[in-house]
Design a protein. Structure first.
Length: 338
């Protein structure tokens, strides 16, 4: 079975992925700011003990036992946050299954950060699975809950459902037509966050944006999912309209796409940032039906295995930045020729 990030999901020409995250704290355990090393260790021990009962093929992995390169591959796949990966002062762990569509961070900002991932637009499916797993854990370890505020979290902005639904979207045409700013303003005015691909404070890369809900208190999971689905559908509509506008100048678009493809196919070395931008143009070309030399599956593989950490895992050795630029070009050719 393919890992979720290599699959093609619904509306995959615009929507890269869906993530549903639920924050929970276990009753009777101190929160992050008041946790001692013994408290952190006790929570890990409790979670490890119940892992077989949770099911879903989840494996308990302490971060101290995972090498730095592997941790960065998880960051690049958006399974864990960069801050969580680099925090070597706390006792932390993850629960992860083989398909990597379920990843639960233990002792991050909250005791439990449960995440379910899916390729493309799959809000209902991801939400239902996340709630199913959350309910199962809750029966084994009761959560901290208030009748007035709902589920209690370390950050007040997560009170209530503790649920965040994030949609990763590639808005290349909106950027190229200059309409992206208007769309971002509308999204923010409708009560949604829009950020770079690694969350708050990170820059967008290759026109990729992360859209998520702000409100978690005073709203049900069903209404939250409905709201973000409606906004996402509008964004998809606007991106496709922008693509039609680009398509009116067919020769210019074809020239840009094939120039990008030519660089990928014949370059001898290429940086990660240049590769991301070029892959955005090539993906646009395949979505338009201009470029038949590639397909969505190959582009997804290139998008993953050209990232610094995943590139080194793919080739099986550590390299410096210059060596990676050479290897990246070779890996791209290998995927194109498959």
């Amino acid at each position: 079975m393919l890992s979720w990030y290599l699959e093609s999901g619904k509306e995959n020409d615009v929507i890269i992925s869906t993530r549903v995250r639920i924050a929970r704290n276990i009753k009777g355990f101190p929160y992050k700011l008041k946790q001692s090393k013994e408290d952190e260790k006790a929570l890990l021990s409790k979670i490890k003990e119940i892992t077989p009962q949770i099911g879903y093929g989840l494996k308990f992995l302490e971060l101290k036992d995972i090498d730095d390169l592997t941790k960065m591959t998880l960051v690049e796949k958006h399974l864990i946050s960069p801050e969580f990966a680099m925090d070597d002062k706390r006792q932390t762990a993850i629960l992860l299954n083989d398909e990597e569509n379920i990843c639960i961070m233990i002792n991050e900002e909250d005791h439990i950060r449960l995440q379910v991932f899916s390729s493309g637009l799959a809000i209902e499916e991801a939400k239902n699975l996340a709630i199913e797993i959350e309910n199962k854990i809750g029966k084994l370890l009761p959560y901290d809950y208030s009748e007035k505020y709902g589920f209690i979290t370390s950050c007040p902005t997560n009170f209530g459902t503790g649920m965040r639904i994030s949609i990763m979207a590639q808005l290349t045409a909106l950027d190229k037509t200059g309409n992206i700013r208007k769309v971002l303003e509308v999204v923010q005015n409708l009560g949604m966050n829009i950020r770079g691909i690694y969350g708050e404070g990170s820059k967008t890369s290759a026109n990729i944006y992360q859209i998520s809900n702000k409100q978690t208190l005073g709203i049900s999971e069903e209404q939250l999912a409905k709201n973000i689905k409606q906004i996402t559908e509008k964004i998809i509509e606007q991106e496709r309209l922008a693509r039609k506008l680009l398509g009116k100048n067919e020769l210019e678009l074809e020239d840009k796409v094939y120039r990008a493809y030519g660089i990928l196919k014949y370059c001898r070395k290429i940086s990660s940032s240049e590769c991301e931008k070029i892959l955005a143009d090539v993906k646009l070309g395949t979505d338009f039906g201009i470029l038949n030399e590639l397909n969505d599956a190959k582009i997804k593989k290139m998008q993953l295995y050209t990232k610094p950490a995943n590139l080194q895992k793919f080739i099986g050795k550590k390299q410096d930045a210059y060596e990676r630029d050479i290897s990246r070009a070779n890996v791209i050719k290998q995927i194109i020729d498959e």
